[in-house]
Ligand binder design. Structure first.
Ligand code: ADP
Ligand code: ZN
Length: 605
């Protein structure tokens, strides 16, 4: 079978996604390859497919045990013989895997980098024909990345030990140039075929909300997403506990995950989420690395993460199967303080010199600044993210919180002059800049102790905006910041004037801001199904749940939501038609086809 036939046969897909074919071809031609694709871009197929076609075995090096287990389950579910080697196996299990390995029973074997030195493993490997070494999450080899893993350096040694150098295929979702160069250099990729696919995830809808009360807002969001599966990320363990309890008290099937829980509970909760027994996972960022659940319909951030890198990675766990999904961030000013606390107290790595530590801190503050700007911008949110990752994009994406709203221009030159000159006057008066709340208080003419103690009531702009509420003053300050007239220095949280502010104060430049006209609501995650199709989708999903229970696998490993959606739309009547549904391969059609066809037959079109 050729590669396209195999793609259909094993994975049930009629077409390659962007970048996949080039990488597959590169590997089959014996070249090293380097694939840089976003989470959910479809990296696995890039090595699994050629792995099936090459004469020997493909070793996949992957950092996370849970990921390996899922990947191998998914392989088996597609009818591909695979195995994994890591510390979760018992000795007898390990021996069995090695025995089968030597006998050539597997085509694809996942292995943890720590195992590459173990004698048993090396012994088995030396007796096999290794065609390819695929390095997943290849950025872990770089010290510049956020997840450096020293054990990844062993890969290089290991490859040198092999009697014949196999093809090396590296994959990552991290785009920065420094990390990319590191991967190529350290792994010693030999003139690799390099493919960078776009970082855009068109099926994700992005939005930032600035709610008065986050708990109430969260309930509102979940109310609209009943029965859908999603993750709620919180900044701290404590808030995970609180929010999870809060949701459970209100009848939601929520579970929790953070590093403070016992291993046993973590695994149990994770499984409950994977198997759709619990639909909502409330977690810290400890959850998700290596979680391969493809039917996550929404990711809500209860708190702002500390960088856009982290945000995009976490939010990107939504909609991996390609169906529409929502990424919503609930922003509150306190979030900035939490992040600052983490930055100030975060780096406990003893190996770092004070200079290195300073450098990291500086980088962290820069990242935080970009994150905060994302939360406040009125520009296209997708555009902002892509820009950050160095990718071109249209001005307006049409599917984010900013693009979904209509704004009109409003002239606030007078107010801007008051605010900017107040910032200047306070600075002249005290000799230093102060934070946003103080500026707002002075403009409002507040009698609060701090204002009076600093004698800020004596400056000329005191009480200048008495008639405007404090919230509105704060909002205008935010808009001026957004427009580049003011900037917050994050380390000390002080509000400073920029050069642009001078134009307003001295040259009479007009200031216009965008204010909300009316909210244009976009339909959420409906995937263009009509009512009949949605009903059918629900029936198909029930069928999937029953099969999942019977076979003891997570539902999404049987078919993804995207596959069920396509099935509901195409309404196949027989096996041939069923195989035309995206994601229905030969094996799965054989194992589950009959059950789904029964459901389809029962439903009238
Ligand atoms: P990554 O490892 O890049 O995060 P995965 O390999 O897990 O992404 O793939 C994400 C999802 O996309 C999976 O559900 C996978 O089955 C699906 N997928 C991969 N390739 C294709 C394709 N050519 N057509 C349709 N779906 C695909
Ligand atoms: Zn947009």
């Amino acid at each position: 079978m050729d590669k396209t036939a195999l793609l259909q046969h094993y994975f049930g897909y009629g077409q390659f996604r962007p970048g996949q074919e080039e990488l597959v071809d590169g590997i089959l031609a014996g070249r090293d390859v380097f694939g840089i694709m976003p989470t959910g871009g479809g990296k696995s197929i890039c090595y699994q497919l050629p792995g099936l076609m090459l004469p020997g075995v493909t070793l996949v090096i992957s950092p996370l045990i849970s990921l390996m287990h899922d990947q191998v389950m998914a392989l088996k579910a597609a009818g591909i013989p695979g195995a994994y080697v890591n510390s979760s196996l018992t000795l007898p299990q390990l021996r069995a895997v090695y025995r089968n390995l030597i006998q050539g029973k597997y085509k694809i074997v996942y292995v943890a980098p720590e195992r590459l030195e173990s004698e048993g493993f090396l012994d088995a490997v030396m007796r096999m024909n290794i065609s390819m070494v695929a390095v997943d999450e290849a950025h872990c080899i770089s010290q510049w990345g956020q997840d450096f893993r020293p054990s990844y350096l062993r890969i290089v040694e290991f490859i040198r030990l092999l009697p014949r150098r196999p093809v090396i295929a590296a994959f990552t979702a991290t785009a920065t140039a420094k990390v990319r160069d590191d991967v190529k250099r350290i792994l010693g990729l030999n003139a690799p075929v390099e493919v960078v696919t776009g970082f855009d995830r068109p099926n994700l809808y992005f939005e930032v909300l600035h709610p008065e009360g986050k708990e109430a807002e969260l309930l509102k969001l979940l109310e609209k997403r009943k029965r859908k599966s999603g993750i709620v990320y919180c900044a701290t363990r404590k808030s995970v506990e609180q929010i999870c309890q809060y949701l459970c008290d209100r009848g939601y099937a929520a579970t929790r995950y953070h590093a403070g829980l016992e291993e046993r509970e973590r695994t149990a909760n994770q499984d409950a989420f994977l198997y759709d027994e619990k639909t909502i996972m409330v977690a810290t960022n400890a959850f998700g690395m290596g979680i391969d659940k493809s039917n996550v319909n929404f990711v809500i951030h209860y708190n702002m993460p500390k960088s856009l890198e982290a945000y995009y990675q976490e939010a990107g766990r939504a909609g991996r199967d390609g169906s529409n999904a929502d990424c919503i961030l609930l922003y509150g000013p306190k979030d900035v303080q939490t992040c600052r606390f983490f930055i100030e107290n975060g780096s406990d790595n003893e190996d770092l010199t004070p200079q290195q530590r300073e450098q990291i801190k500086k980088q962290d503050y820069e990242r935080l600044e970009a994150m905060v700007t994302y939360c406040k911008t009125r520009a296209c949110l997708r555009g902002w993210i892509l820009e950050y990752f160095g990718q071109k994009h249209p001005e307006n994406c049409g599917a984010c919180g900013s693009c979904a709203k209509e704004y009109e221009k409003k002239d606030i030159t007078k107010e801007a002059q008051m605010i900017l000159s107040c910032v200047r006057r306070i600075r002249d008066h005290l000799g230093y800049y102060v934070g946003k709340p103080t500026v707002a208080r002075v403009l409002q003419g507040s009698r609060e102790k701090k204002v009076l103690e600093l004698k800020l009531n004596e400056i000329s702009t005191y009480g200048l905006m008495k008639t405007v509420g404090r919230t509105d003053i704060r909002l205008m300050i935010d808009r001026l910041e957004d427009g580049g007239y003011l900037t917050t220095e994050l380390e000390h949280q002080t509000l400073r004037l920029t050069e642009k502010a001078g134009n307003v104060l001295h040259l009479g430049e007009t200031v216009e801001i965008l204010v909300l006209k009316e909210e244009k609501l976009l339909p959420i995650g409906e995937d263009g199904m009509n009512e009949n199709e949605r009903e059918l989708f629900d029936l198909l999903r029930e069928c999937r749940s029953a099969l999942a229970r019977e076979h003891g696998v997570p539902p999404f490993m049987i078919f993804s939501n995207a596959t069920l959606t396509d099935m509901a739309k195409k309404h196949p009547k027989n096996m041939t038609e069923l195989k035309r549904v995206s994601g229905v391969g030969e094996m799965k059609a054989g194992w589950y086809g009959r059950d789904f066809l029964k459901v389809l037959k029962g439903a009238n079109k």
